[in-house]
Design a protein around this ligand. Structure first.
Ligand SMILES: Nc1ncnc2c1ncn2[C@@H]1O[C@H](COP(=O)(O)OP(=O)(O)OP(=O)(O)O)[C@@H](O)[C@H]1O
Ligand SMILES: [Mg+2]
Length: 152
């Protein structure tokens, strides 16, 4: 398995939107995206722009309380669904088994996972990983993103 690594500077939220749009055009079957980064680093914001780029019209809220929100994609050649998880409130990774986590991972679905470390041991390996960070605290709109594409 090969990995391609890329770093980008996202100077403001518009740059994050453009980055999400470019990734939305490259999604593969069964894409599993781990979104890493501290509170407020921009994981949900990135997810919202990605889903909007995939023509999701409904309001996209953080799935912190329900753990997962699922979106149907109507005009995508590769994926019929996108599932957005936020595992921040998961007390024990084993709870994912009771939630029927396996059912979400299908070739016609893409999955976004915030706080993947909270599900350690109960999640499939990512096909794409992002690390978002606030690189310069005097520039509150700026983020650094490290991207890793894993290829079979
Ligand atoms: N370049 C940027 N990219 C993304 N978000 C930005 C950027 N600049 C400012 N922001 C703001 O930073 C905040 C990021 O919050 P967001 O909820 O996306 O973080 P999060 O990583 O999902 O946090 P949590 O771990 O609590 O779920 C938003 O208010 C967003 O408007
Ligand atoms: Mg979030």
């Amino acid at each position: 398995m090969g990995t391609i690594e890329e770093r980008k500077l996202l100077v403001n939220e518009q740059a994050t939107a453009e980055f999400a749009h470019s990734l939305s055009l490259q999604l593969r079957k069964g894409e599993i995206i781990y979104l890493n980064g501290k509170l407020g680093s921009g994981k949900t914001t990135f997810s919202r722009y990605l889903l909007q780029s995939l023509q999701v019209k409904e309001r996209i809220l953080s799935p912190t309380y329900g753990l997962v929100h699922s979106y149907e994609l109507n005009n995508n050649q590769t994926l019929s669904y996108m599932h957005h998880f936020d595992l921040y409130r998961l007390a024990d990774p084993e709870e994912l088994e009771y939630l029927g986590i396996r059912d979400y991972f299908q070739p016609n679905a893409g999955v976004l996972i915030e706080w993947p470390e909270k599900g350690k041991g109960f999640l499939p390996a990512p096909t794409l990983e992002l690390w978002l960070s606030h690189s310069n605290h005097s520039l509150p709109q700026q983020r650094d993103v490290l991207v890793r594409f894993h290829k079979d």
